[in-house]
Every structure is written in C-alpha cells, then in structure tokens.
Design a protein around this ligand. Structure first.
Ligand code: UDP
Ligand code: MG
Length: 205
C-alpha cells in the first residue's frame, strides 16, 4: 500500500516536471508565427520561435555564433542543433509556465536527433501542428512580408528558394516521421488567419 502510494507520488512528480510541448511546423510563410500568437492569447501557451531565438542570439553584441547564424539564415540552411536546442532549453527553464509552442523546429534529422537526446526525457510531446500551405501561397506571403518591411534578411526571392528547398528535403521527412507516430495535426493554412484559427482552437480546448 505504502509502496504503491509512494510510487504514484513519484510518478506524478515526474510527470508534472515535464515540459508540455507542441511543435509547430509548416513552410516559410505558412502562418506559424501568426497562429502561435493567437494560441498564446487564447490558451496561455508560451511561444518559442526557434528562428526568433536565433535572430536574437545573432543580434547580441559579441555573440560567438552571430556570423554563423546569419550565414545559415540567409542561405536557408539549418543551424547546428546544439545551438538551437540550448536556446530553446534556456527559454523553457526561464519560463514560469509549463506549456510551450515550439515554432519552426525540429527542421531536419540533426534537429530531431539532438532534441531527442537533450530534451527527450524532459518533455511531454502533445502533438505536431502542421500548417499545410502550397509553395506559391507561401512565397507570395513572404515577399509581401518583406515588402511591408519585415526587415528579415531572408524574405527575398533568392533566400526563399533555398528555404523551400530545405523545407521540402529536410523538414518534410521530419513531419512524416511524426505522422508515422500518429502525432501530426494537419491544418489547411491557405485561408485567412481567422479561418485557420477556427480549426486550431479545438486542438487546444
Ligand atoms: N533556423 C534554424 N533552425 C531552426 C529554426 C530556424 O537554423 O530550428 C534558421 C533557418 O536558417 C531558417 C531561418 O532560421 O531558414 C528562419 O526561420 P524562421 O522559423 O524564422 O522562418 P519561418 O519559417 O517562420 O519563415
Ligand atoms: Mg516564423
């Protein structure tokens, strides 16, 4: 009896210790950031954009990794997982809340393996939210965003081509990996942010 109770206590302590995570994936311009903002407002999640964390790190004066990060961002290639994962873990540790949207990660096999190794035991992965959007729509959105002054060094045609290439070749297999585990929730992301959010809501309610 006592042993059982102790075990149960231990188990719940372990469970509540874990970070709850939903990964948010989809092509550049699919609307990950926009939908994450809405989820934060309505459901109190913490939004961690891997790309934003990398841009922040890049902007730090004297950052050891600044130049390397900028090279990857411009070329649409993927920063080594040790850097991205450390930025994510630090943000999670510093947060008072326990529910996280991790936006734009994991993007390739290296990300997936590094994450599983560093965070696998510490995380309860709820699902992968996949914003499905055709290339032409995504491209137009990113070009509009660039023209409207996003200030991003990768919202131009040349970088976009490379980002899509990485997305198709490196990120799609990660989505397929999670699909095989039955963890993917696919959302049609071609519609307006409000319409898309109507499909997102039930997943968090
Ligand atoms: N990036 C990366 N690792 C990540 C997330 C982003 O290396 O885990 C880099 C990559 O070069 C990518 C860029 O940051 O092309 C921009 O990512 P972001 O998620 O901001 O782009 P989005 O998909 O939101 O348009
Ligand atoms: Mg984004």
């Amino acid at each position: 009896m006592l042993v059982k109770r102790l075990l149960r206590g231990l188990q719940s302590a372990i469970m509540s210790d874990k970070y709850n995570v939903a990964f948010v994936l989809g092509g550049p311009g699919a609307g990950k950031g926009t939908q994450c903002e809405k989820i934060v407002k309505e459901f109190g999640y913490v939004h961690l954009s891997a790309g934003d964390l990398l841009r922040e790190e890049r902007a730090k004066p004297g950052s050891e990794f600044g130049d390397m990060i900028e090279e990857h961002i411009k070329n649409g290639t993927i920063v080594p997982v040790e850097i991205t994962c450390s930025l994510l873990e630090r943000a999670m540790k510093n947060s008072e809340k326990n529910d996280f949207l991790i936006d734009g990660f994991p993007r390739n096999q290296n990300n997936l393996e590094g994450w599983n190794k560093q965070m696998g035991e510490k995380v309860n992965l709820k699902f992968v939210l996949f914003f499905n959007c055709p290339l032409e729509v995504c491209t137009q959105r990113c070009l509009d965003r660039g023209a409207a002054g996003s200030g991003r060094s990768d919202d131009n045609m040349e970088s976009l081509k490379k980002r899509f290439d990485t997305y198709m070749n490196a990120t799609m297999p990660i989505i397929e990996h999670y699909e095989a585990l039955n963890l993917v929730q696919t959302i049609d992301a071609t519609r307006s942010p409000e319409e898309v959010f109507e499909d997102v809501k039930p997943l968090f309610s």
